[in-house]
Design a protein around this ligand. Structure first.
Ligand code: AP5
Ligand code: MG
Length: 388
């Protein structure tokens, strides 16, 4: 989880940061605080920044980047970052993007606190009595506000275009504002999770590739087919209900896979995301899936269609039918054709559903296991990068 707090001097970034850090275990990056401690230490960097800060200007981007790099290096494996006062220029916004890519993560949201100028000045003059900050005096405050207008405000557009910018009223009770911040953070948590739906004809290799994919990207693999076979094996009530459908190669009534998926999601509250194999398979299931994920603040990131020609599917399934991995429905041509037909009828609307949401992607699923995985991996990487 990565959050950026944005807003003019005195908006309450520092005040809200304290509260956010009490709630979430994040690394705190406040470029202002870091600069002030460099100055206090009398470091080279601090000396370069000192006079700029005293005049209310912005310290140059190079120095800021150095500071941030240093902080990240000393906090490896962090659960996320809270940025206070960064990015403050468009250049820094690009740096932020690069940084997130490097850390293989993304910014969830930029939350901007809006406060009228008069109130800002009042707050900072009041703070001046206790803060000891060299930049808390009227003349410098005015400069800081001007710098904000000219150089920092354009950063808002950068994030608005990415649909990551949230404007909040920063006037009012501190606790109330905090509540509003939390609700945005919770609402945007889902974006950082990667949930991939793998679809494709029976025999397309969803199981093989889904497992590899989950391993590669640290996701939890969810195969409703596999879970139902396990239930049957364990002789559970769910298994008993699912068995007749599974044996015939038919789609099992929705309430059965849904229960299993819900259970699996609940068992993994800290998952980075999930790979869903062969679910949703019907339009209704696609809607159910969205509802199910929404309840835990998640959403489908992408649906990947693993494409193979029908003849290839028949070949693969009948070949599997002659091995020990054979499923009951692999064993004769009629069942195989039946499944392929069901797939076409029921799954086409699912594909349209994701196309409409611009979440549909496809790969060629012919070739060796390794070749197919390379296609899949590349596709997922592209999808993740586009999400920035
Ligand atoms: P920085 O330290 O980041 O200062 P700033 O942006 O000017 O913001 P402040 O810290 O003054 O305000 P805040 O929004 O944190 O408000 P606070 O919670 O304290 O930067 C300082 C300087 O460093 C910059 O001018 C620049 O030179 C340099 N710098 C830093 N980062 C840089 C970067 N990335 N690039 C280039 N240069 C950089 O609240 C203010 C007061 O209001 C407090 O007294 C608080 O108690 C009160 N208050 C808070 N909320 C409320 C409320 N809801 N109602 C009433 N009072 C409230
Ligand atoms: Mg501050």
């Amino acid at each position: 989880m990565n959050i950026a707090l944005f807003g003019p001097p005195g908006a309450g970034k520092g005040t809200q940061s304290k509260k956010i850090l009490e709630k979430y275990n994040l690394t705190y990056i406040s470029t202002g605080d870091m600069l002030r401690s460099e100055i206090a230490e009398g470091s080279d960097l601090g000396m370069k920044a000192k006079s700029i800060i005293e005049q209310g200007g912005l310290v140059n981007d190079e120095l800021i980047i150095q500071l941030i790099e240093k902080k990240i290096k000393t906090n490896p494996g962090s659960k996320g970052i809270l940025f206070d006062g960064f990015p403050r220029t468009t250049v820094q916004a690009y740096v932020m993007e690069g940084l997130m890519l490097k850390l293989n993560t993304s910014l969830n949201c930029m939350i901007s606190l809006e406060v009228p100028e008069k109130e800002l000045i009042n707050r900072l003059l009041l703070r001046a009595k206790v803060s000891g900050r060299s930049d808390d005096n009227l003349e410098v405050i005015k400069n800081r506000l001007k710098e904000y207008e000219n150089k920092t405000k354009p950063v808002a557009d950068f994030y608005a275009k990415k649909h990551k910018y949230y404007l909040l009223n920063g006037v009012g009770e501190i606790d109330k504002i905090f509540e509003n911040i939390i609700s945005i953070v919770e609402q945007t948590k889902s974006v950082s999770q990667t949930n991939i739906v793998l679809l494709g004809k029976p025999g397309a290799g969803k199981g093989t590739q889904g497992n590899l994919l989950a391993k590669e990207f640290g996701l939890i693999y969810i195969s409703t087919g596999k879970m139902m076979r396990q239930e049957i094996k364990d002789g559970t009530e769910i298994g008993r209900l699912a068995k007749p459908y599974m044996d015939k190669g038919e789609i099992v009534p929705d309430e059965i896979p849904i229960q299993l998926i819900e259970r699996k999601i609940n068992e993994n509250p800290d998952a980075k995301g999930f790979t869903f194999k062969g679910f949703p398979r019907t339009l209704i299931q696609a809607y159910i899936m969205d509802g199910l994920l929404q309840r835990v603040n998640m959403s489908v990131s992408a649906m990947i269609d693993m494409k193979i020609p029908t003849l290839e599917a028949i070949k693969r399934l009948s070949a599997r039918g002659r091995t020990e991995k054979a499923r009951p429905y692999d064993k004769n041509a009629e069942l195989i054709v039946n499944r392929l037909e069901q797939y076409k009828d029921k799954t086409n609307p699912v594909i349209d559903y994701y196309k409409n949401q611009e979440k549909y992607f496809s790969i060629r699923a012919e070739g060796s296991e390794k070749e197919v995985f390379e296609n899949l991996e590349k596709k997922v990487e592209d999808i993740l990068h586009d999400a920035y």
